[in-house]
Design a protein around this ligand. Structure first.
Ligand code: ADP
Ligand code: MG
Length: 694
């Protein structure tokens, strides 16, 4: 037996452990809850809790926690030991059904975006039994959703579960129309590819910007970047391989299906892709993956950077969110299928996604908006801030023929009526891929490529599930009324293609021509987080989320406000970090260096050396230092004038319009100085060291 056989899922209370450890009736009852979303009986819960506790203690656990995902991008945990006092001064270890199913957390310091005032700080956590409990460093972690006393979602899991339910409901209606009565449940599946950078920990520790902002705020480019294309899929260095090996082992132990590892485009950049799973589990596992990446890196003297744009001038990191829908009978609804009937069904689901993306471009853009991701989107390394769909030439031609067929009889050579033809399988091989598209069909799934590397994948999948649920709802409403299903289906698909084909774009998304073309097509362009986040509360979007009971208006508002607020706060942290580094590190270092050059030049001249380059360098250093100084003062003045009202949009807007340009200016002067300053004077590690030392 190898490592994987012996260790995969060893720290997970998974189905096989449940079957082994639970009485048959309990196991069956729990499965009803897991498979059909039935309410869990308290008695069943207490049997499960006890079995879970015994198992966890045998595996070395001493505590349990309700593991949840509050509205900032991390996971939260509060540990409770299993112990409870016994009469003889000893303790027994207990864990009740109540403690398993529901927790109460005073979480007044977690963001609620106005959903909860501090005097009613209580929040409740509730077990999500569809995501297995697991052990992480002596802690039994129970994946939970987190709500306020009034039942409002204070986390990222609750809306994700609700959106999965919404999608399920509408997709099952459609399947019924196709006579697929065996499929009683439809679940979105997600495989998130995670990009990251590794830098040496001792270098990291000497850069305040990496420590406080997770990205470099200063730094002249290294002589070599990614221009040779020699890093992508390149041989993995020994130290990185050791990290990856241990990362896989740790992920496998907690049941994460870590599958693919490779070097990415930029120097020091890498990727890990898991095998896909149901959306909420994929989300939990991605949170775990990011956490474990950071921890394992430390053990190898490395630091793992998850931020979207750690280094200027080379690619940043994203997260490709591969998404599809599966029936409980194991059928992928975005797989073209083996019969004309299946092809028709595929076309309906495909056009439901096309319509959804077109109708809710703004929401998709908002779902990936963050300060960090703004530096990546639109930078010709990641998709632009304009959402469009790549379908590939073959599929696009089929859709065009379908659309034309109903309009121009003369052009018809073949009968393009839906349900008559089988569609070909579409190539999945990488050469056919358009890497510049934000939303690409890749044979049997869509790949949403705009997500930032540090973000939770929840928001993007909440939006995806909900907007596709809405398309399917409209489709089902129409088709259920139809007298002749087949012709109604045909008309619906053709009409949908006609109405939404503007969202399809198979060309290069990085060009200026596309930006113009997209504008002509009336596509939505939202360049920054400040432009994108307010879309959450647009009238049509509130209606969407309320219709499907995914998020209420106040829940939407809270998400928008928390997003804007953290944008403003993160930018302020970055600005303060820059000021600190410029004033207390760069300026003193450069002045010291300039003084030494002055002294040296003078003594050379005194010794009779005829010497012009000394004064040239001196002049450059002095003028650039003056520039830096005035840039620094301007940033300080602007930072002192940040509006302090309680309008998060005004604050975020100010940061975007006033602070960020001032930060850019300061960086420009500092990076220029770096190139004139003796290396040994420069106060922190430079790009060449950070990017090429691991
Ligand atoms: P690549 O995009 O690198 O060619 P793959 O296409 O094999 O690699 O898959 C990329 C990611 O998409 C993996 O995480 C994979 O598990 C996931 N994936 C594959 N099929 C599906 C699906 N039906 N639903 C969701 N994710 C999927
Ligand atoms: Mg991919």
């Amino acid at each position: 037996m190898g490592f994987v056989d012996e260790n995969f899922g060893i720290n997970v209370f998974n189905d096989s452990v449940m079957r082994q450890r639970l009485p048959k009736e309990t196991y069956r009852a729990l499965h009803k809850t897991i498979d059909d979303g039935r309410r869990l009986d308290p008695q069943v819960a207490s049997v499960v809790a006890n079995a879970m506790k015994d198992w966890a203690i045998e595996r070395g656990a001493t505590h349990y926690t309700h593991w949840f995902q509050p509205l900032n991008s991390v996971t939260a945990e509060k540990h409770d030991a299993f112990i409870s006092p016994a009469q003889d001064g000893k303790v027994i270890q207990e864990f009740s059904g109540k403690e398993l199913v529901r927790g109460e957390a005073d979480a007044s310091s977690l963001p609620s975006g106005g959903l909860r005032s501090t005097f009613e700080a209580r929040g409740y956590t509730a077990w999500d039994p569809t995501s297995y409990a697991f052990i992480k460093e002596h802690i039994l972690c129970i994946p939970t959703a987190y709500c306020s006393y009034g039942g409002e979602a204070l986390d990222k899991k609750t809306p994700l579960l609700r959106s999965m339910e919404a999608l399920n409901k509408q997709a099952v209606r459609i399947l019924k129309l196709f006579g697929r009565l065996d499929a009683t449940r439809v679940t979105p599946t997600v495989g998130p590819e995670q990009e990251y950078f590794l830098v040496d920990k001792t270098l990291y520790d000497r850069r305040s910007d990496l420590i406080f902002a997770g990205r470099t705020l200063f730094g002249a480019p290294a002589p070599k970047g990614q221009e040779l294309g020699d890093h992508f899929f390149g041989t993995i260095k020994t130290r990185v391989q050791a990290f990856m090996t241990e990362l896989n082992e740790e992920l496998w132990k907690v049941g994460v299906l870590a599958k693919t590892e490779h070097n990415e485009t930029a120097p020091s950049q890498h990727e890990m892709a898991p095998i896909f799973s149901i959306a909420n589990v994929a989300c939990d596992h991605n949170q775990l993956t990011m956490e474990i990446m950071k921890k394992v890196a430390r053990r190898h003297g490395l630091h793992c950077l998850l931020s979207e744009k750690p280094f200027a001038g080379i690619n940043g990191s994203g997260k490709h969110n591969n998404w599809s829908m599966f029936t409980n009978t194991g059928y992928n609804l975005l797989e073209p299928g083996d019969s004309p009937h299946e092809s028709a069904q595929f076309l309906l689901f495909l056009t439901s996604v096309i319509k959804a993306v077109d109708d809710y471009q703004d929401l998709l853009r908002a779902s990936v908006a963050s300060a960090g991701n703004d530096h990546r989107l639109g930078g010709c390394e990641a998709p632009p801030a304009i959402i469009s769909i790549f379908l590939g030439d073959e599929l696009t031609e089929i859709l065009e023929a379908l659309e034309a067929g109903s309009h121009y009889d003369s052009r018809e050579k073949i009968d393009m009526t839906i349900g008559v033809h089988m569609l070909p399988k579409f190539p999945k091989d990488a050469t056919d891929r358009n890497r510049t598209s934000p939303f690409a069909f890749t044979g049997n799934k869509f790949e949403f490529r705009s997500l930032g590397s540090s973000a939770s994948i929840s928001a993007a999948n909440v939006v995806l599930n909900t907007i596709v649920a809405e398309s399917l709802r409209q489709f089902a409403d129409e088709l259920e009324q139809a007298e002749d299903f087949r012709s109604a289906l045909h008309d619906l698909i053709v009409r949908t293609i006609h109405e939404h084909k503007r969202i399809i774009f198979n060309g290069n998304n990085y060009t200026d021509e596309w930006v113009k073309e997209a504008e002509n097509r009336g596509l939505c362009r939202l360049d920054s987080t400040v432009d994108a986040l307010p879309c959450y509360t647009a009238e049509k979007n509130i209606r969407l989320f309320e219709t499907h009971k995914v998020l209420s208006e106040s829940e939407l508002r809270s998400r928008r406000d928390i997003g804007l607020d953290s944008y403003a706060k993160l930018t302020a942290i970055e600005a303060r970090t820059m000021i600190m580094m410029a004033r207390r590190q760069i300026l003193p270092a450069v002045i010291r260096f300039t003084g030494d050059i002055a002294t040296a030049s003078r003594s050379i001249r005194d010794a009779g050396g005829d010497f012009a380059s000394g004064s040239e360098l001196l002049n450059t250093l002095c003028s650039t230092t003056d520039q830096l100084s005035s840039d620094l003062q301007l940033l300080e003045v602007k930072l002192a004038a940040v509006p302090d009202g309680d309008d998060p949009l005004a604050a975020a807007r100010y940061m975007h319009d006033e602070i960020m340009p001032a930060m850019d200016n300061l960086r420009r002067s500092a990076d220029a100085l770096e190139l004139y300053t003796d290396r040994s004077y420069w106060p922190f590690p430079t790009y060449d060291e950070l990017l090429f030392s691991v």
